[in-house]
Design a protein. Sequence first.
Length: 467
Amino acid sequence: YKKLKEFPDNFLWGSSTSAYQVEGAYDTDGKGLSVQDLHLPENGNTDFKIASDMYHHYKEDIRLMNELGMKAYRFSISWSRVIPNGSGKINEAGLKFYDDLINELVKNNIEPIVTLFHFDLPLALYKKGGWNDRQTIADFIDYSKLLFNRFGDRVKYWLTINEQNVMINHPNAVYPADAELPSKKKLYQQNHNMFVASAKVMDLCHSMILDGKIGPAPNITAIYPATSAPEDVIAADNWESIRCWLYLDMAVYGRYNALVWNYLQEKGYAPTIYPGDMEIISKSKPDFLGINYYATATVKAAKNDGHDCQPRNGDQQVMLGEEGVYRSAQNDNLKMTKFNWIIDPVGMRTTLRRIYSRYNLPIIITENGIGGEDSLNEDGKIHDKYRIDYFKQHFLQTRLALTDGVDIIGYCPWSFEDLVSTHQGYKKRYGFVYVDRSDSDIKDMRRIKKDSFDWYKKIIKENGSNI
Ligand code: BG6
C-alpha cells in the first residue's frame, strides 16, 4: 500500500567476520593467545587455531569481496595479535597484517568497518581478572589509541565492543573451555567496566580521527509477549529492557535504564560505580548504532516456581528465562532454521523501528544471517537457496523499515565467508563464500562462491532496487 523507498546511493552493502573466527594463524608472527585459543565449540573437533586461514588468504578473499561488489567490510582486530599480552609490548608484525589488509580494502574501494573487540580477550588479561579488573579499561584505551593512531587515516567507521549483551547473558561463548563462569554480580561489574571503557574510547575516537565515526554493536531484538495478557506484556518489557535497552541507553543516553537498575539492585547484581564513571559515560555519544539481528524472542510471565529458566530448544549452552522475571515461550507463527534459530524477517523491521524511535541515530546492520549445513555438490557448486530466501525476506523488511522512516546506512550480513561458528564449528556455515575444509580435515581451504554469492552480487549492483 505504500511506495517503497530506495536504498540511499551510498548505502554500505557489505559483510562481516570476526578475527578469531576467520584468521587462524593463532600463534603466528608473535601473536599472543586469546581466551578463544583455549575455547572449544561444542560437538565439534575443531578449534579456532586455523579457522579459515584468512591471515594467509586475505588478498584472495578481498579479490572476491571486490567481485561481489562489496562497499564495506566489517571485521575485528585481534587485540592479542597487536599487543600479545593485552598491555605493554606491541607486536609490529601484527600491526603490519592489519595495515596490509586495510590497504588492500582501500585499494578495492571497500570501506573498512573495524570492531575493536569481538569476544577474544587477550589471555594474559583474562588471567589478571579480565573485565573485572579496572586496569583492563586502561589497557583497552591504550590498545584503541594504538589502532586509531595507526589506521585512523584510512578507517573512518569503528565499533567498540561486539555483543556486550551476549557476553553478559551467555558468557559461555567467551571463556576457555574449562573455566568456571562468573556470577551474575561479577558479570554486571564487567558490564559496567565495559561501559566505561567504551565511553572513553568513543571520546578518544572523536578527538583523534578527523571524520571518525564510532558506535556500539549489541545484539538487539524485539521481544514479543506470548499473549495479550498484561502480565506477559510486562515480562516482555522486562526482558527487552534487560537484554537490549540497558546497552543502548548507556551508549546513547549515558545512563542506566531505570527499570534495569532497579532489577539489578533487587537481585543484588548492581555493580560498583566508581567516582567519575557516570560523568564519563554521560559525556560520550555514538555517531551511529551497529546492530546485530538474528531472531526475535517470545516470552510469558514468570511463574517463580523454580522452572522459569530453561535451556533454549534443548540447547544446554544457552539458558533462557529468569526466575521471577520472564519465562521463554514458543512462537507458533515462526519457522526455525535447521539449528533451531527462529526466522523472523518482520521482527527485524519491528526491531529497527523500535531502535530508531528510541535513539534517532543512523543504523548499520553489523550482523544478520543464517547458519546451515552447506556442502560441495557434485557439480562443484554450493546450492544455498535457503540463504537466498532468508536474505530476500530480511532485505525486504529492511527496505520497509527504511520506508517507515528508519535511517539505515549499511547492511553487513554474517558472514563474508564460512568461519568457525561459536558453538558448532564448520558444521554450521554462514558465508557467501564456501571454505573447503571440515572440522576434522583442513583440506585445501579453497574458496568457492555459493549460489548466494551471485544473488547478493546482483542485489548490490542494483542497490537493492528489485527487492
Ligand atoms: C553473533 C556473534 O552472536 O552470532 C558471532 O557476533 C557469531 O561471532 C554469530 O558467530 C552466529 O552465532 P553462532 O553461534 O552460530 O556462530
